[in-house]
Design a protein around this ligand. Structure first.
Ligand SMILES: C[S@@+](CC[C@H](N)C(=O)[O-])C[C@H]1O[C@@H](n2cnc3c(N)ncnc32)[C@H](O)[C@@H]1O
Length: 278
């Protein structure tokens, strides 16, 4: 492995928690190629020297943007959104009747489809949430992804991935040969930059947390740490939803209850405090 690539792996690991496989040099180079060209760097070593000077923080952000995988779609894996609508929301609404407030977090929201799918599920929810205050916070480490999420404009291909025609026509409208989410939907979601490695205690508590298809990029100890802190901002009776492919095999106390093709960890599965502290 080249020294420059080893430095890149350390950097991405320490800044974003992302574990970049040792055989991903060509993948990294192709992702970073436009940045190298823009900065007149001939190779990765030159780019790393430039990054390490830390003279331009936006360069670092562009590198993180390039190295994150933003793959997502509307209603990805379908089941979590069905369950949200049919089980978790009615359940939480019964228990929050006094305050009529709910808080939902889409952590690692990428280009916004997950958060907008949650917002659509809320709009379609029975009983309806009209006189409820429901906050949807959607966060990601990638500024490029967040910018796209805030715009809420999707290509025909992106819009069709996961949206039925009925949903497409109800929640989005045509926009310069693309589709744009409705103002109502956009108003429901607040997008912010949050690195899951950072201290996000101030953001909680949440009734539902979607943290899907991101922990799988982290080293086990980073995964464990993030998961422990997610439980720290989850309401006692809240739900934490992981991606279908995400397992917490390294510690049976994290064992999720498999639920269709999503992983749901109700609060009672929270790790013991002993683990949270170390
Ligand atoms: C594959 S996408 C998953 C999007 C969505 N949750 C889904 O399941 O469709 C993973 C997202 O995690 C984000 N991400 C990676 N490392 C992160 C970190 N340390 N903090 C916050 N977000 C991160 C990436 O920028 C990317 O948008």
């Amino acid at each position: 492995m080249s020294v420059a690539f080893a430095r890149l792996r350390r950097l991405i690991g320490s800044l974003a928690g992302i574990s970049l496989d040792a055989d991903k040099l060509y993948f990294a180079q192709s992702r970073l190629e436009p940045i190298m060209r823009a900065h007149g760097c001939f190779d990765l070593a030159q780019l790393m020297r430039l990054i390490e000077k830390r003279e331009d923080e936006s360069l670092l952000q562009r590198v993180i943007d390039a190295m994150t995988n933003n793959e997502t779609s509307f209603f990805r894996d379908r089941v979590p959104f069905e369950k949200l609508k049919q089980e978790w929301l009615p359940d939480l609404m019964a228990r929050r009747a006094a305050t009529r407030r709910l808080r939902i977090w889409s952590a690692a929201c990428s280009t916004g489809q997950e958060a907008y799918s949650i917002a659509m599920a809320l709009e379609e929810s029975e009983p309806d949430l009209e006189d409820w205050t429901v906050e949807i916070l959607a966060t990601d480490i990638s500024e490029a992804a967040l910018e796209a999420a805030r715009r809420g404009v999707y290509s025909q291909f992106e819009a069709q991935r996961g949206l039925s025609t009925a949903r497409l026509l109800r929640h989005l409208h045509p926009h310069k040969r693309h589709w744009r989410v409705s103002d109502a939907l956009q108003a429901r979601v607040a997008f912010r930059k949050v690195n899951l490695l950072s201290d996000f205690r101030g953001a909680g508590p949440f009734d539902v947390i979607f943290c899907r298809n991101v922990l799988m990029y982290f080293e086990p100890e980073v995964k464990r740490d993030v998961l422990t802190r997610l439980f720290g901002v989850l309401a006692e009776d809240g739900f934490l939803i992981l991606g279908a492919a995400e397992t917490m095999e390294f510690d049976e106390r994290f064992a999720p209850s498999a639920s269709g093709d999503c992983r749901v960890l109700p609060r009672r599965f929270a790790p013991r405090r002993r683990l949270a502290n170390g």
